[in-house]
Ligand binder design. Structure first.
Ligand SMILES: *Cc1c(COP(=O)(O)O)cnc(C)c1O
Length: 438
């Protein structure tokens, strides 16, 4: 049996349960493809992160990187759990505001924030703008002036540390589109510029070294680097950083080949590294911020699909095709990401064959899994793909004009639709007829 399915996630009927709800019933009630979140897992991960900080008595923020899964309901849950959020666009800010999430608890990231986005952020009293480049320093200065506002800012630096992970999702190496470079003196120049603007309150510095990181060493490295930069800034400019933000990227288990530490163990290592690094300096213990996205949304999510056609080839793994694919989960095609999948009606059924789980989209690369061992399956069976909660729905598209799936939150045995399934009408909603010239 799949080791990720615990005994308490199987009900008397032998079906997989999610948040106490029968997955087969969910598929019947809401249709497939369906994205289901076990809300208690979102909550427990946020609480686990917070507990480490509280036990260590340091000032902190657990800022959920909402690009992993952004929806009104998600911001509501994060708010209820006392979390901060990272936002990276006007759309994410708008969605948070719709959820009643105060942007005072939000950090605004991005390497090309537009004038309009900065206006939206500043008008709504954004908690902090994580400034990425020189153009943004000018633009944000202009916006603050026009709105007669004061803005908290933090500088994003590229620490020159690369996380040993999939190269497509690395952002911390020196040659990165994100942040100010240290070696060439850009970061110092940027600090001088933001300090010189009386409309900016410079609260600290930030780095994000990548994603799906399994090694504590990467975070210890970034923590040490940020402290050494803060120390250098204090000595050179008399500037005292109040916040050290080490970003996100805490790895999660997708398949049995992934063996990450519990995400909260990373936090423990980060706190220890920062406390040790500041000892010989005059910095004191700064507030420590983290930005987990995947580790909060990923393990809480399940994608339910219905099996349709099948293609058998002599000597090759069969294609078992489901009613979704790259439109609801682009990660396998984009990053060669892997997942584990179980038969929702009987996750304990004896495994019979290795198959490829194919999507229904018109791309040969639309394969969700290249090797999944499954029991015998037939058309109409429901498959549950595990740990799909991060960067799945949030990257969904309407390729082939397929409607995007519905999203359901399940908790304490009750389910609620939180994003409706798109209809065909929704798909043509923005289309305008072309006035043909005769
Ligand atoms: C994407 C991102 C994160 C979250 O990364 P995860 O791998 O989802 O934890 C955190 N901080 C920044 C700046 C990001 O861009």
């Amino acid at each position: 049996m799949n080791e990720q399915i615990t005994a308490d996630a199987i009900n008397a009927a032998g079906h997989l349960t999610i948040g106490g709800c029968d997955s087969i019933e969910l598929a019947k009630e809401y249709g497939t493809p369906l994205v289901v979140y076990d809300v208690s897992r979102i909550r427990s991960q946020i609480r686990a992160f917070k507990r480490v900080f509280e036990e260590n008595q340091v000032d902190y923020a657990v800022s959920y990187a909402s690009k992993a899964f952004s929806a009104v309901a998600m911001y509501q849950v994060i708010k209820q759990e006392g979390g901060h959020v990272d936002v990276v666009s006007g759309g994410e800010m708008y969605t948070a505001l719709k959820a009643g999430f105060s942007l005072e608890n939000a950090s605004f990231h991005g390497n090309n924030k537009s004038y309009d986005e900065l206006v939206l952020a500043v008008k709504n009293h954004i908690g902090v703008v994580v400034v990425d480049n020189f153009h943004e320093i000018e633009l944000l200065g202009q916006v603050a002036e026009e709105l007669d506002a004061h803005v908290n800012v933090m500088l994003r630096i590229t620490p020159g540390i690369s996380a040993h992970t999939n190269k497509y999702i690395q952002t911390g190496q020196v040659d990165s589109k994100f942040g100010f470079d240290l070696e060439s003196g850009q970061a110092d120049q940027a600090l001088e510029k933001v300090l010189a603007n009386p409309r900016f309150n410079v609260i600290g510095l930030h780095a994000h070294i990548g994603s799906q990181i399994f090694e504590v060493a990467g975070f210890e490295g970034v923590a040490n680097k940020l402290v050494s930069v803060a120390d250098h800034w204090q000595k050179k400019f008399g500037y005292q950083a109040k916040v050290i933000n080490v970003g996100g990227g805490f790895g999660i288990r997708y398949t049995k080949d992934d063996t990450p530490l519990p995400p909260e163990d990373f936090v423990d290592a980060i706190i220890k590294a920062i406390k040790k690094a500041v000892e010989p300096t005059d910095l004191g213990t700064p507030a420590i911020w983290i930005e987990p996205g995947r580790s909060i949304a990923g393990p809480a999510g399940y994608n339910l699909y219905t099996v349709g056609s099948r293609k058998d080839l002599p000597g090759l793994k069969p294609y078992v095709t489901i009613d979704g694919g790259m439109g609801d989960n682009i990660r396998p095609a984009l990053y060669e990401a892997e997942y584990e999948t179980v038969l929702a009606s009987d996750p304990q059924a004896p495994l019979k064959e290795h198959v490829r789980i194919a999507g229904k989209y018109c791309e040969s690369g639309d394969i969700l899994s290249y090797d999944q061992e499954l029991p015998e399956t037939k058309p109409g069976d429901v498959l549950a793909m595990l740990d799909t909660g991060a960067y799945g729905y949030s990257m969904a598209s309407n390729y082939n004009r397929n409607p995007r799936p519905a999203v359901v939150f399940a908790e304490d045995g009750q389910s609620q639709l939180v994003i409706k399934r798109e209809s065909y009408e929704d798909l043509v909603h923005l289309d305008q007829p072309y006035e043909l010239h005769d």
